[in-house]
Design a protein. Structure first.
Length: 402
């Protein structure tokens, strides 16, 4: 199945990146409204260069106090003053509307991806702490065995109190760790509720894989957003420059007029009228250079920020690789330990069956083997957290497996 944004729930609903179905109903309604607002803003800006048609209607009654002459005048008209040429300003206006829409859309999708990722990280950390709790429970079992054996040895005079005390302190520390893990699980459960109504226990995630560095950099949400803002600033810079250059305006007016005079019937008039012309204008202001330079500085600043963000993303990618490599090394070491414990358990079983070893030794080894097996799963989740974080920072379309 082709997945566009990395995450599938048990129901098969697409819930990652630009998709909002993972979010709470309130957040879904908010982003739906925000999308409508972005589209409406685009339409407004795109046609901002078109002037409105002005409709006028008047009814005037006049009377001369000295001569007693009175007349009335009714007028209905429609007029427009439309710029035909702004030295490129019209093109920049349309370009700015498109660039701003793109920047706003990327910014919104960036926010949605960040919220989705917070929920994904919460789910992965919840699973990790479930394994840590299971590990802790097994360590407590081994601790009880160790305390029992150390106590027997102490009572027999084979060891001093220090070794027994160390075993008791280790068990106490592990009990505190166990309590801390349980608290973390409850906190993660509450944290998940902030982002989604989907249950943290029932959310199924795919297997994340490492994407190419170049794809990560070019499709990164922050980099693309900064680029879009840079394009928006470039169009605004063009608008600012063009506003101080010549522009050609069409001025037109048409209407219907009626004039009635009580004394001069020959002056009565009823009929249509219109006028139309072209106006060439150019503003002369003392602060034009400073205003243009300010707009140019903003554009150059956005360009520099885009480059900085790309470098930062490259460093973040490399840091994730280092952490992933570290987790892989721990996994390799753990697998070697498991081989050793497997051989040792086989030998201990034979010794127990022959009566040379106590059952406690076998139980301790088996528990330790289980702890190491859980360590493998914990570090695999650590790798998934790193990979999921990288995916949340970039737009992509890849096929993943559950």
């Amino acid at each position: 199945m082709k997945l566009q944004y990395i995450l599938i729930l048990l129901s098969g609903t697409l819930v990652y990146g630009e998709d909002i179905s993972l979010l709470s109903p309130e957040k879904q309604r908010y982003y739906e409204q925000q999308q409508q607002q972005i589209n409406a803003g685009y339409e407004r800006l795109r046609y901002d260069w078109l002037s409105p048609v002005t409709l006028k209607a008047s009814n005037t009654y006049e009377k001369s106090a000295s001569l007693g002459i009175h007349d009335s005048r009714q007028n209905i008209s429609a007029g427009i003053a439309q710029d035909l040429f702004r030295s490129g300003g019209i093109t920049y206006t349309i370009g700015y509307a498109e660039a701003k829409k793109q920047a706003d859309n990327i910014g919104m999708h960036k926010d949605i991806a960040a919220i989705n990722q917070q929920f994904i990280n919460t789910v992965l950390n919840y699973r990790k702490n479930i394994l840590l709790l299971e590990q802790s429970e097994i360590k407590l079992k081994n601790g009880k065995i160790e305390i029992f054996l150390k106590r027997k040895q102490y009572e027999a005079g084979d060891i001093d109190i220090t070794l027994l005390n160390n075993a008791l302190m280790n068990q106490s520390n592990e009990l505190k760790n166990n309590t801390s893990i349980r608290y973390t699980l409850s906190q993660l459960h509450l944290e998940a509720i902030k982002y989604s109504d989907h249950p943290i226990e029932g959310t199924e995630l795919p297997i994340f894989s490492l994407m190419q560095k170049n794809d990560f950099l070019e499709e990164g949400w922050s980099f693309r957003y900064s680029q879009a803002q840079s394009q928006s600033s470039a169009q605004q810079y063009g608008q600012t420059k063009s506003s101080y250059l010549p522009k050609l305006t069409l001025i037109a007016d048409t209407g219907v007029q009626r004039f009635d005079s009580s004394e001069l019937s020959s002056a009565n008039y009823r009929g249509n009228y219109y006028d139309m012309g072209l106006q060439l204008s150019m503003p002369l202001t003392y602060n034009s250079t400073a205003t243009i330079q300010e707009a140019q500085s903003l554009y150059l600043k956005q360009q520099a920020e885009a480059s900085d963000i790309k470098r930062q993303m490259g460093a973040q990618y490399e840091q994730s690789l280092v952490r992933i490599d570290s987790y892989k090394r721990v996994i390799a070491i753990t697998r070697e330990n498991l081989k050793f414990y497997g051989e040792l358990i086989d030998a201990t079983k034979a010794a127990v069956n022959a009566g040379y070893k106590a059952g406690y030794d076998l139980q301790t080894l088996q528990n330790t083997q289980s702890i190491e097996e859980l360590e493998l799963k914990i570090n695999e989740i650590n790798i998934q957290i790193e990979l999921a974080t990288l995916y949340s920072l970039t737009r992509h379309s890849q096929e993943l497996t559950l």
